[in-house]
Design a binder for this molecule. Structure first.
Ligand code: DAH
Length: 350
């Protein structure tokens, strides 16, 4: 068969194939079949070596023409299919903007966080700075410099997790930040600081204890500070958190880093001091500890106790939150159950 005839036959075949193609992918397969390295058009020139120069020229030019013609045809077809496919894709993926949207769930801060921020705001308005301290703490700051030397019996109540021998531990209280703040303040100027943060203790987890909990430390150092200043400050805090009807009282206590030391009690918001199950019949609820900074702690922080006085306090934030929001199990704060957080949010909106 002559080359020209072969080309004509090929053209007919090609047209048939293109007519029955149903996608751009099929067209590109046809392209490979005809124009690929081992394609039909290339085959036309397979036995060129055996041909006379004249035949060579003829076969060469015919196969080149075929190549050009076929490739143009296939390009057009491919383009046509691609446009069609794009259109189909766009129409099938059309977004119906009238469909009802997913309901957006509005988040709300955790109640511990909310309460912490509320206290921070109040104390900042009274001139306190909010500072932070490390949760992995040195025994030196957590105990030693707070007048709790090794072997002191008061350490037992704050047994915690040790990370490296006896020197590094998960802080059992935020009080080490008192020492850190005093030492950092090289000019030895007055201090007003609060430090909210996580604390840890070896505790059997039950309804009122957790191995990890939150405290808010406070430290004020200045000249001529007395227990009356502490009482006034506590009074403001209690009224702000639990309402203006709340009374406050000090109860004698012991902390190695304060002298004298007190427990901070608030008159029960539930029974107004008459006695109920929440306050265990006493009419009062304890929310933290406090006292006048012990002279040894002042000395350890580089403050001369003959010149400086101060008070310190520590609140248990879960304790405050349990009372404020009537939560009966401390573990509720850590289980990420949104039902716990939501109602408090709504209460405030109402
Ligand atoms: N750190 C104490 C505790 O965890 C609470 C406390 C008591 C903090 C008296 C103070 C303080 O700053 O003066 O039990």
């Amino acid at each position: 068969m002559k080359v020209i005839e072969k080309v004509n036959q090929m053209r007919e075949e090609l047209e048939k194939e293109l007519a029955s193609a149903t996608s751009s992918k099929e067209v590109s397969e046809i392209r490979v079949k005809y124009l690929g390295k081992k394609g039909l058009v290339t085959e036309l020139t397979a036995n060129m070596k055996e041909l006379s120069p004249e035949e060579k020229r003829e076969v060469g030019s015919l196969s080149n023409q075929a190549k050009e013609e076929f490739s143009k045809k296939m390009e057009e077809e491919e383009k046509r299919w691609k446009e069609k496919e794009l259109y189909q894709k766009l129409t099938s993926e059309k977004i119906d903007v009238t469909l009802p949207a997913f309901e957006m769930v509005q988040g709300s801060p955790h109640i511990l966080e909310k309460l912490t921020e509320e206290l921070e705001e109040l104390l900042m308005s009274m001139g306190y700075d909010v500072v932070e301290g490390p949760e992995v703490e040195k025994d030196l700051y957590n105990f030693e410099l707070l007048n709790l030397p090794k072997g002191h019996p008061a350490r037992d109540a704050q047994d915690t997790f040790y990370t490296k021998g006896e020197e590094l531990l998960l802080r059992s209280q935020t009080s080490p930040v008192q020492i850190r703040t005093m030492l950092q303040n090289e000019e030895k100027t007055p201090i007003r600081m609060i430090c909210p943060g996580k604390t840890y203790r070896r505790d059997d987890d039950d309804a009122t204890h957790s191995h990890q909990f939150t405290q808010m430390e406070g430290l004020l150092i200045d000249k001529n500070i007395s227990l009356a200043d502490l009482k006034g400050t506590f009074d403001i805090i209690a009224k702000k958190l639990f309402g203006s009807a709340r009374q406050t009282r000090f109860r004698p206590s012991f902390y190695p880093f304060t002298e004298p030391s007190v427990e901070l009690d608030i008159s029960c918001f539930n029974c107004d001091g008459k006695g109920c199950p929440i306050c265990k019949g006493t009419g009062w609820i304890t929310v933290g500890g406090a006292g006048m900074v012990h002279y040894k702690v002042l000395e350890n922080g580089g403050y001369d106790p003959k010149e400086w006085t101060g008070f310190a306090f520590g609140f248990g934030m879960e304790r405050l939150a349990m009372l404020k929001y009537n939560v009966t199990d401390v573990r509720t704060f850590y289980t990420n159950d949104l039902r716990v957080v939501k109602p408090f949010d709504r209460k405030e909106v109402e």
